[in-house]
Design a protein around this ligand. Structure first.
Ligand code: PLP
Length: 359
């Protein structure tokens, strides 16, 4: 079976994790600190704080920038359910914005129309790794309207396009270290910001209200324990040190598959490689079924939030033509960094075959 996303594990990763185990120290400590410092550096931010998942990172980011129950936040209408859940957990009033049918990112023109006096924040997802024009537009709309911006950079950590760097935009940005991401710790995430005040709030929220993480036996506010262990951080640190190489591999794989598929893969608006391999096709379900029968784990990765059982009641009557198109046509093909050339060619040949048979 060709998995949707297979991480590439090297002997260096095994050495980093083994060294951490041999040190006999596993809790959040020096390795966590080193990992966080390196994250801040590669995202061009003053501060990075690691924590237990990307979903939790979104929730904590919203709290840290001051959002409270019933505050209005606008998010894209299509994508991973972690995003809507992260904000619903703390009772935010979530408004959905349609996506750009060409690349799946939040549609900036529609966002501008949706913003009202009630809107406190926007969450822009760098969908497929997109740090192109869509993000620029959303950044300037939020600045102009004085609205807070949470940048979800789960798919753009370490991405550099011209002078742009992934996860460096917005009042606060987050990333995820779940298995399909460019750096994985199994589960994990991080928050990046340039504001000392926001950083202190995040630190307190994820460790019992203590921004200094238990250096003194006292607290100044309420918090939980959502920190990343040194064991997870050691695994992440190792991958972070070769992140440029991982992006190079991903870019090369994308270009090869795209060429073999006659330029059919969706590209991000920075006009370079996408982090996932997506085609839009009317016969989505037939294509996925066929590819799976040939041991290629193509998927129907995401959905419209308005179609999820739990959120249907609130959003079902709303129309999202861009999101509808993606929900009904997007086929996600394997994209893992560890994918071999042979598997890319096999995936391309069978995808072309089924597309031809269906046309
Ligand atoms: C865009 C986006 N945001 C947030 C998340 C949540 O991250 P996690 O799975 O680490 O909780 C994901 C997970 O895939 C994601 O794709």
């Amino acid at each position: 079976m060709i998995p949707l996303s297979e991480p590439k594990i090297t002997s260096a990763d095994i050495r980093y994790v083994t060294d951490q185990l041999k040190s006999n120290f596993f809790g959040p400590g020096k390795t966590n600190e080193e990992f966080s410092k390196k994250l801040a550096k590669i995202t061009n931010r003053k501060f990075a704080i690691t924590l237990s998942s990307g979903t939790v990172a979104l929730t904590i980011a919203a709290l840290a920038i001051g959002l409270k129950k019933n505050d209005e936040i606008i998010i894209p209408c299509y994508g991973v359910f972690s995003v809507i859940n992260a904000f619903a957990t703390i009772g935010l009033d979530i408004k959905l914005c349609d996506i750009n049918p060409e690349n799946g990112s939040m549609d900036a023109r529609k966002l501008e129309k949706l913003i009202s006096k009630k809107t406190k924040a926007v969450c822009f997802i760098s969908f497929l790794g997109n740090i192109g024009e869509d993000l620029n537009r959303v950044v300037s709309i939020c600045k102009k309207k004085k609205i807070l911006l949470i940048h979800d950079g789960a798919w753009c950590l370490g991405r550099k396009i011209k002078k742009k760097i992934g996860c460096s935009q917005g009042d606060i940005s987050i990333t995820s270290f779940s298995v399909p991401k460019i750096v994985t710790t199994g589960q994990g995430g991080a928050i990046m910001t340039n504001s000392r005040r926001i950083r202190d709030r995040v630190m307190g929220l994820i460790d019992q209200g203590d921004k200094n993480w238990r250096k003194k036996n006292n607290i100044n506010s309420i918090g939980s324990n959502l920190r990343l262990s040194d064991l997870n951080a050691s695994f992440g640190l190792s991958q972070l040190s070769r992140i440029n190489l991982s992006h190079k591999i991903r870019r090369k794989n994308f270009k090869l598959l795209n060429r073999l598929l006659n330029d059919r893969l969706i590209k991000t608006l920075d006009n370079d490689y996408s982090f996932q391999n997506v085609i839009l096709a009317k016969e989505k379900n037939k294509i996925i079924k066929f590819l799976r029968s040939k041991k290629i784990l193509a998927t129907n990765q995401y959905n419209l939030y308005s179609k999820l059982n739990f959120y249907k009641k609130k959003y079902n009557r709303l129309k999202f033509p861009g999101g509808e198109l993606w929900a009904s046509r997007a086929v996600y093909l394997p994209f893992g960094i560890a994918m071999k050339k042979k598997s890319i060619i096999y995936t391309a040949n069978l995808t072309n075959k089924i597309l031809k048979n269906l046309s």
